[in-house]
Design a protein around this ligand. Structure first.
Ligand code: AMP
Length: 548
C-alpha cells in the first residue's frame, strides 16, 4: 500500500516545526527510501509544494475562489465565511483546517486517500477543459475536501495554492535525494538540470544511479533557461582573459524545439507559446533541417531597429487573431545557443563548441558574437550595442557549459545604470522556500490626487536579513489576505531602482517598472511624498522620446 495522504500531511506538519536546513534535509532523506517507486516522484514534488514536473505544461488552475467555494460547500457555509476565516489566520491552510475541524460531522464516512489518488485527482482537475471545466474542477476539489481530515485539508489547500509553507525548497530536496541514495550532489543537480523534474531524478537515483550521469535533454521537454548576473566587462575579462560578447536583446526569451517537421516554442516560464508565434516557427524551420533545441530571444523590429520589449510580450500572450497582430509587429528570432542536435545533448560542451555547431546547422538568425580579450574593444562593442538600441551586452565565458536554471557568473549582463523612484508599499506577497514565513515581494504605488495607484512589484535586491526586517516593519499593517497576497496599510516608502518605465495595462497606474530593484526604505519620507503619476509619466516620456 502506498503512502497515505494523512501520513504526508503529518510529515509536513513535522517539517514545518523544523527551522534548520540541515535538519530538514536529514528528515527528508530518511523518508525517501521508504516510499515506493510510484509515489516517490509525487512525494518529491509535493514536498516542494509542486504538483507537476517543472517541464510540464500542466497547470492545476485552481484559484482561491474555486478553492474557497469547494471548502465552503464541504463545511456548509459561504465563500465569504471561508475568506473571513483566512483573513483572520492569514493562512488559507490553517483556516481551512480549522473550518474542517469545526464542521458538523455530517459525513458518514471519510475515505482514506493515498498520495497517488490525490495526485490522480489533481491530474483530473488540471485536465478539465472547456465550458464546464470550472464546474468539473469544483466537484473534484469538493470530493477531495470531503474526504480530508482537518490536517490533510491544511496541506491540500496549500498544495492547490502551490505553496506548502514548510520551508522546504528545491535545494534542500536535491540535497536530501543525494543523501538518501548516497549519490554525489553535483550528479543529482546535473541530472535535474537536464530532466527538469526532481521527482523523476529521485526515482532514477534509487533505481539506476549509474544512469544519472548519462541523462539527456529530450525534445519537447523544455529545460530551464540559463540566466545571467549583473557585472562588469572589465572584471569578466580580468577573470577569464577572453570573453564572448553578445548584444543583450530587449525581447523575450524562448526555447525552440524541433524534431522533423514538429516545432514547439516555450517561453521563459516554459509555457508552450507555439500558437502565438507562427512566424518564429517559420523562420527557424526554414533555417535548419536538423533536429534541434535552440535558445534565443524573440525581438520586435521596425525599420531595422529593435522595438521595446512590451511589443514582444504582447505577441507571446496573443491567442486569437495572431495574423492581424503579425502584420502590426514583426518579430524575429535571435539565436545564441544550441542545447541539442540530432539526438545529442550539448549542454556540457563549452560555449565555443556549441557556437561552432550553431553556426554550422543554422543558416540564419544566429546572433552575432564577438570574442574579445581587450577591455577597450569590449567597451566599444558595448557602446555600439546601446546605440543600436539594445539593452546592453551579455559577457559570456567561452569555456562555460550550459547550466539550465542557474543564474551565475558564466553569463554576465552589463547595461546602463538604473534610476530610482520613491514609492508607497501597498501590499506584499509571501515568500517561498526559506522565505516562506515572511514577505518575499512588495506591491508599489505612485500617488495621484490622494489615491495610490500600483506600478509594480519589487522582489529583487533584498537580502534575507533585510526581508526579515521588512517583515517586522510591515506585519502589523496587514489589512486583508488573499491567497499569497496581503493588502497593507500604506505606511512605508521604498526607494526602488528600475531600468525602464513601460506603459502597461497590468497596473492601475497604466505603467509598470522593468527590473525593479529594492534600494532601501525611505524612513525620512511619508507616503504623501512618493512619486506622483504626473512625474512618472514625465520620466516615461523622457526616456524614449520616440515611443508611441
Ligand atoms: P535578466 O532577465 O536581466 O536576468 O537578463 C537575462 C535575459 O537577457 C535573458 O533571460 C534573455 O531573455 C535576455 N538576453 C538578451 N540577449 C541575450 C543574449 N545574447 N544571451 C543571453 N540572454 C540574452
Amino acid at each position: 500500500m502506498g503512502m497515505q495522504f494523512l501520513e504526508f500531511a503529518r510529515m509536513c506538519e513535522h517539517l514545518e516545526g523544523i527551522s534548520g536546513r540541515l535538519d530538514l534535509i536529514e528528515e527528508i532523506s530518511t523518508v525517501l527510501p521508504r516510499i515506493d517507486d510510484k509515489e516517490l516522484p509525487i512525494f518529491v514534488r509535493f514536498i516542494m509544494g509542486r504538483v507537476f514536473p517543472d517541464w510540464s505544461p500542466k497547470k492545476l488552475g485552481v484559484g482561491p475562489n474555486l478553492l474557497y467555494d469547494a471548502v465552503a460547500y464541504v463545511v456548509g457555509t459561504k465563500r465569504n465565511a471561508v475568506r473571513e476565516a483566512i483573513n483572520v489566520t492569514g493562512d488559507a491552510g490553517l483556516a481551512i483546517e480549522g473550518l474542517l475541524a469545526n464542521k458538523e460531522q455530517t459525513s458518514f464516512f471519510v475515505q482514506e486517500m493515498d498520495l497517488l489518488e490525490v495526485y490522480h485527482d489533481f491530474e483530473r482537475v488540471a485536465s478539465a477543459e472547456g465550458a464546464r471545466s470550472q464546474r468539473e474542477k469544483l466537484l473534484l476539489i469538493r470530493k477531495l475536501f470531503a474526504n480530508a481530515q482537518p490536517l490533510e485539508g491544511r496541506y491540500l489547500a496549500r498544495l492547490m495554492l502551490e505553496e506548502l509553507r514548510i520551508g522546504v525548497g528545491e535545494g534542500s530536496v536535491r540535497d536530501a535525494v543525494a543523501r538518501a541514495f548516497d549519490i554525489d550532489v553535483h550528479l543529482v543537480e546535473h541530472a535535474h538540470q537536464a530532466m527538469n523534474d526532481l521527482g523523476e531524478v529521485a526515482l532514477l537515483a534509487r533505481r539506476d544511479p549509474a544512469a544519472l550521469s548519462e541523462v539527456l535533454i529530450e525534445p519537447f521537454r523544455p529545460v530551464k533557461m540559463m540566466l545571467a548576473q549583473a557585472g562588469s566587462i572589465a572584471a569578466q575579462i580580468e577573470d577569464h582573459g577572453e570573453v564572448a560578447i553578445e548584444y543583450k536583446y530587449d525581447g523575450s526569451r524562448f526555447q525552440f524545439h524541433k524534431v522533423g517537421d514538429v516545432c514547439r516554442i516555450y517561453s521563459r516560464r516554459l509555457e508552450e507559446v507555439t500558437g502565438s508565434l507562427p512566424d518564429i516557427v517559420m523562420h527557424l524551420s526554414r533555417a535548419t533541417s536538423h533536429d534541434v533545441i535552440l535558445d534565443g530571444e524573440v525581438v520586435a523590429v521596425q525599420d531595422g531597429r529593435p522595438m521595446p520589449f512590451q511589443y514582444v510580450i504582447r505577441r507571446f500572450r496573443r491567442k486569437h487573431q495572431v495574423d492581424a497582430m503579425m502584420e502590426k509587429i514583426e518579430v524575429v528570432p535571435r539565436i545564441f545557443d544550441i542545447l541539442y542536435l540530432d539526438g545529442t545533448t550539448l549542454m556540457d560542451r563549452p560555449l565555443t563548441e556549441r557556437r561552432r555547431i550553431l553556426e554550422d546547422v543554422l543558416d540564419a538568425h544566429v546572433a552575432p558574437q564577438f570574442l574579445v580579450t581587450d577591455a577597450a574593444d569590449a567597451e566599444a562593442i558595448y557602446a555600439d550595442a546601446v546605440s543600436l538600441g539594445h539593452e546592453g551586452v551579455m559577457v559570456k565565458v567561452p569555456a562555460s557549459p550550459y547550466t539550465p536554471g542557474v543564474r551565475g557568473r558564466l553569463w554576465v549582463k552589463v547595461k546602463p545604470g538604473v534610476e530610482t523612484l520613491d514609492l508607497a508599499v501597498i501590499g506584499a506577497e509571501w515568500g517561498e522556500g526559506r522565505r516562506a514565513k515572511m514577505f518575499g515581494s512588495f506591491l508599489l504605488a505612485v500617488q495621484d490626487q490622494g489615491r495610490l495607484l500600483p506600478v509594480g512589484k519589487v522582489a529583487t535586491g533584498i537580502t534575507d536579513e533585510a526581508l526579515a526586517d521588512l517583515y517586522a516593519l510591515l506585519r502589523d499593517s496587514v489589512i486583508a489576505h488573499s491567497g499569497k497576497e496581503v493588502t497593507l496599510e500604506p505606511l512605508a516608502v521604498f526607494e526602488v531602482g528600475y531600468s525602464e518605465i513601460q506603459a502597461s495595462p497590468n497596473y492601475e497606474s497604466g505603467y509598470a517598472l522593468r527590473f525593479p530593484r529594492f534600494v532601501g526604505v525611505r524612513e525620512d519620507k511619508g507616503v504623501d511624498e512618493v512619486e506622483t503619476l504626473d512625474s512618472l509619466i514625465e520620466r516615461y516620456r523622457q526616456q524614449r522620446p520616440s515611443d508611441p
